[in-house]
Design a binder for this molecule. Structure first.
Ligand SMILES: Cc1cc2nc3c(=O)[nH]c(=O)nc-3n(C[C@H](O)[C@H](O)[C@H](O)COP(=O)(O)OP(=O)(O)OC[C@H]3O[C@@H](n4cnc5c(N)ncnc54)[C@H](O)[C@@H]3O)c2cc1C
Length: 378
């Protein structure tokens, strides 16, 4: 394993010097928080500490779906958290996406407003019918929250659904407010925006202990007034009851003979997801078939999920031979008993913005903003 050299005097000087605000973790949430802190308090020293040489969390390993929940996922959320919380959370995700796009602009994010599509195959007719029966209610609930002037979900006509080219398709539900983006470009833009306004960023610095008034690592002790823990799943080490690791896995195909249909696609309450990118297919998910095995920080791909996605799901997406998958990766999401992120006070002077679940690309900007506001106002 690569061993990092010990800190120089100069590096330590910066890590042991008073900071007004310190943020643990440089994913979308931590960097967004730092951005809003520095905007609100331009004179303050805002420092972000990231354990990896490059960010090692979910943000740059995500699949780039700018989504806020397919109809069947929202209905599953209604069952687990109640109507009001489920739709409030969906509208929060949408607000997060809107804020993200406002800050960076679509070009910087390589954002494409292609629409999201939830797919039901013929053998899933029963599930599809249940969703159909409740679609009007879902639309109504979302509309009542004020962000959407039009119906969010609509059913594709038979010929439109057939034109997608999937095998044995029964129903496709469209969400016209979703799109896709490039996670690395998002992160690059966010870091650039932070640095531009004077946020300090230190990578390769792992925080071992979080105490009121100081952060402690192997070779430093940073005194600071206020701290935001924004390391998502990795906060499991400090708050095991609040957040735990869940692995998500993704595969990338060879260049396809014909372009994959435009859109971001969801299946099975959002557990499976796929989209075209640069002439290839990106396919991920499957965590629901092995929740215990996927409760891991491992970033290796597993044979069980590979078989499910590549041997069961993939052949259903292509009428002819499915493409060869040539690359894969995995990353760590932070999940918990509730799908709601944990944004709030942990102990005096220390707040958390963690547990972003499977939709942190949507939630992260807003979660960071909310964390920053709490720190400024208290
Ligand atoms: C494979 C995959 C696909 C996904 N696809 C999507 C998608 O398409 N759309 C979507 O909305 N969401 C998706 N997600 C979820 C989304 O990526 C996350 O919810 C989101 O990125 C979380 O951002 P974050 O900043 O809160 O945490 P992270 O991005 O995990 O960042 C936390 C950071 O903290 C650092 N850190 C950890 N511990 C310490 C420490 N002790 N000291 C210093 N630094 C530390 C980590 O190295 C990491 O960089 C996906 C996740 C995965 C894994």
């Amino acid at each position: 394993m690569h061993q990092q050299p010990k800190f120089s005097w100069w590096e330590k000087e910066g890590l042991n010097r008073w900071a007004d605000f310190a943020v643990v973790g440089a994913g979308i949430t931590g960097l967004s928080a730092a951005y809003f802190l520095k905007k609100r308090a331009p004179q303050a020293r805002v420092l972000v500490l990231e354990k990896g040489g490059r960010p090692e969390g979910a943000t740059v390993r995500s699949a780039g779906f700018a989504c806020f929940g397919s109809a069947s996922e929202l209905l599953a959320d209604v069952k687990s958290m109640g109507e009001s919380e489920a739709f409030d959370l969906a509208s929060r995700r949408y607000n997060g996406l809107t804020l993200l796009r406002e800050i960076h602009g679509d070009l910087a994010l390589e954002y494409e407003h292609c629409g999201g599509f939830e797919v039901f195959f013929k053998e899933e007719k029963e599930k599809a019918d249940k969703v159909l029966q409740q679609l009007e209610k879902v639309n109504q609930q979302l509309k009542e929250r004020g962000e959407f002037k039009q119906e969010v979900f609509s059913v594709l006509q038979r010929d439109e659904a057939e034109a997608l080219g999937f095998k044995n398709i029964h129903l496709v539900v469209k969400n016209k407010f979703e799109g896709g983006l490039h996670p690395q470009k998002l992160w690059d833009s966010l870091l650039a925006k932070c640095l531009e306004i004077g946020v300090e960023y230190r990578s390769g610095v792992e925080v071992k202990q979080v105490e009121s008034g100081r952060l402690v690592g192997l070779d430093f002790e940073l005194p600071c007034e206020k701290i935001l823990v924004a390391n998502n799943a990795f906060a499991q080490a400090w708050l095991p009851e609040e957040v735990r690791a869940a692995r998500a896995q993704v595969w990338v195909s060879e260049v396809l003979a014909t372009p994959f249909p435009k859109g971001t696609f969801h299946h099975q309450e959002g557990y499976n997801y796929f989209r075209g990118h640069a002439g290839r297919l990106i396919l991920g998910g499957g965590r629901h078939i092995a929740p215990e095995e996927e409760s891991t920080f491992s970033t290796e791909n597993s044979e069980q999920i590979r078989q499910y996605l590549l041997e069961e799901l993939l052949p259903r997406l292509f009428r002819n031979n499915p493409p060869k998958m040539v690359e894969s990766w995995a990353g760590t999401m932070g999940i918990g008993g509730s799908k709601k992120p944990r944004i709030g006070l942990w102990k005096p002077g220390v707040w958390t913005a963690i547990r972003m679940g499977g939709m942190g690309i949507a939630l992260g900007t807003l979660a960071g903003k909310m964390g920053a506001e709490l720190m400024i106002e208290h």
